[in-house]
Design a protein around this ligand. Structure first.
Ligand code: CMC
Length: 427
């Protein structure tokens, strides 16, 4: 089999190396293209560009496959915990019992946030979006926890701090937005339980931890834990390539995730379903609008850059929705609308021709509503889940022998050289 492709240009033939991944995916290595040919490539949105070689997550968009470190996400959602999955992504293998226990102790030990941070939280305007607050506060962590001299120790402790504190910070922003006193993390509670308790416990109504709710949250976070080179992960890698500290790189990932085309879609789906419900429940209007080229409206929670079939995460999330609502004896009218909307879209020619299927966000908002998470915190929930993936990808890029400062090129189409005209001589 050929191990290069030929490029003919300017009367010359160039041999560009072919790279094959462990799952057979092929790529043309163009890393020397410009120095050898003077050419660059043009690829808006990087839809055809591999930005790195990675050993973390594999996805096949045509077959609907997602694996973390080789393990199918379905198996992790069935049998693992978010904490164990985070360890797997960051360290490259499943932990032993002893390693997992040590990891838990470390996460507990670092779960408090500096008391002075509360002052910052209290001064954000009440209408601030929690994603803006989270991004700012994660970036601010560097000021509270200056770098250690030993690089290895610094990375390990920063990773632990981020994983441990992000739940406390997220819950704290919610409590402060209600005007309540934040609830401190409890060492006797595991990762997910602790977060739920910090979110919902009040002195007048102690939070009752329900097994089904904890499991739903574990699965929600496992399903969001990594998704290879998506927009926010690419932001983390790109910003990280300037060798900023990890807090700053993660803060940029949170900012990217906020967008409605990315992590913000879970909030947008629930808003869309609510609008359909308030308009009498006729989901066909939404489908008609999504198909109308003159209308910018899109069916939120549908379509994906990589998946051209059913998103495997959406399948698990849909099942989780039914299980959780059943277990809690809840009836959410948005779930009925979502199911009808899904069925209508999957049978509609436009959606079939465009390969548009539900993505992870289509049902995840309904799971979060059942847990009691307010809509404006949905994307924060996604961010907590994606944190291990961002960290794993950042760590991999730090050790990458092919590492380079991210700096794409462009094709300039602006004015050619033009003389400056003094203001009194302009027409
Ligand atoms: N509703 C209606 N039409 C759509 C949709 C949609 N949700 N998604 C894509 N299309 C159409 C689009 O109009 C275009 O049509 P045409 O070729 O006729 O002009 C075609 O499909 C291709 O669209 P695109 O924007 O070029 O495709 P993309 O790969 O850049 O888009 C996407 C991926 C996720 C941005 C897009 O599908 C979308 O906007 N979906 C809704 C937002 C959403 O649910 N985002 C969450 C993504 S999953 C969570 C995550 O991992 O971040």
């Amino acid at each position: 089999m050929d191990d290069y492709v030929e490029l003919k240009y300017g009367g010359k033939t160039y041999h560009l190396p072919l790279i094959t991944g462990t799952e057979g995916e092929k790529a043309i290595d163009i890393s020397r293209l410009r120095s050898e040919t003077g050419l660059i490539t043009l690829d808006p949105g990087y839809a055809n560009t591999g930005s790195c070689i990675s050993r973390i997550t594999y996805m096949d968009g045509e077959k609907g496959i997602l694996r973390y470190r080789g393990i199918p996400v379905e198996q992790l959602a069935e049998r693992s915990t978010f904490k164990e999955t985070a360890y797997l992504l960051i360290n490259g293998r499943l932990p032993s019992l002893q390693e997992l226990t040590h990891f838990s102790v470390m996460l507990n030990d670092h779960s408090l946030v500096h008391e002075d941070m509360k002052i910052f939280y209290q001064h954000f305007p009440r209408a601030s979006h929690p994603m803006g607050i989270l991004s700012a506060m994660v970036n601010a962590l560097r000021s509270f926890y200056p770098a250690l001299e030993n690089l290895e120790e610094e990375i390990n402790i920063t990773v632990t701090r981020l994983l441990a504190k992000i739940r406390t910070m997220a819950a704290m922003s919610y409590k402060i937005s209600l005007g309540h006193t934040p609830v401190y993390p409890r060492p006797d509670l595991a990762y997910c339980e602790n977060f739920l308790n910090m979110m919902f416990h009040t002195p007048v109504r102690p939070y009752e931890i329900k097994e089904e709710v904890v499991r739903a949250l574990e699965v929600f976070w496992i399903l969001h834990a990594d998704h290879e080179q998506n927009c926010s992960t690419s932001a983390v890698r790109m910003v990280g390539s300037a060798r900023v500290n990890l807090y700053a790189a993660i803060s940029s990932g949170i900012a990217a995730l906020w967008g409605p085309l990315h992590g913000g879609a879970n909030q947008a789906v629930v808003e869309m379903l609510t609008a359909i419900k308030e308009d009498g429940g006729d989901y066909r209007k939404a489908i008609a609008r999504a198909k109308d080229r003159n209308d910018p409206f899109r069916l939120m929670g549908f379509g994906h850059r990589v998946y051209k079939t059913y998103d495997p995460r959406a399948r698990i999330m849909k099942k989780m929705c039914d299980q959780l609502l059943d277990a809690l004896n809840l009836d959410d009218p948005l779930l009925d609308i979502a199911k009808e909307l899904e069925e209508a879209a999957l049978n509609d020619d436009y959606f079939i021709e465009h390969n548009l299927y539900p993505n992870v966000d289509f049902y995840s908002g309904i799971v979060l509503r059942a847990i009691g998470i307010p809509t404006n915190m949905f994307t924060v929930m996604f961010a907590i889940g994606r944190l291990p993936g961002w960290i794993a990808q950042w760590k991999e890029s730090m050790d990458d022998p092919m590492w380079k400062l991210s700096r794409p090129r462009q094709i300039y189409m602006g004015p050619v050289e033009t003389d400056y005209i003094p203001i009194d001589q302009r027409g």
